[in-house]
Write a protein of this length. Structure first.
Length: 144
């Protein structure tokens, strides 16, 4: 998937993203600060019927949501983690192994915990109102 979209199209992009990637349990969202990672995940949550207002788990590290469509979802923000040990102490290793969907912002902080079957989403800022989203799947690295 490779999409260039305006911010007003985020809900449609989120729906297409879920249709293509729901079989992947761990999603790693790579993007610079302010690119709209949480905005995209909030739109995805709305698409999945999550009734709670989703926010960034910057300080809590993990937020847990329940979707009538996808069950329990763990939304993680690893920005404040200093190392892998902190991630393990925060319980993220167990959550990643739980089989529940896990959406990880700032996966660069502890990439060794992600495992092999990870859907890597890359979000780029093209201008103030336009983003590019492209996806790297575990098999796309082997079959370009």
């Amino acid at each position: 998937m490779d999409a260039i979209y305006g911010l007003a199209q985020t809900p449609q992009v989120a729906a297409a993203l879920w249709a293509r990637g729901k079989q992947h349990k761990v999603w790693a969202i790579h993007a610079p600060m302010g690119a709209g990672k949480t905005t995209l995940l909030r739109a995805l949550g709305q698409h999945l019927g999550i009734p709670d207002a989703m926010g960034s788990p910057s300080f809590s590290i993990v937020n847990e949501y329940h979707s009538p469509t996808a069950g329990t979802i763990y939304h993680m923000d690893w920005y404040r983690l200093k190392n892998v040990e902190e991630a393990i102490d925060a319980g993220v290793e167990d959550l990643l192994a739980s089989g529940a969907p896990c959406w990880v912002e700032w996966p660069e902080q502890a990439p060794g915990l992600l495992g092999d079957d990870v859907w890597h989403l890359h979000l780029e800022i093209l201008d103030e109102a336009t983003r590019r989203l492209f996806v790297e799947t575990p098999d796309s690295a082997q079959n370009p």
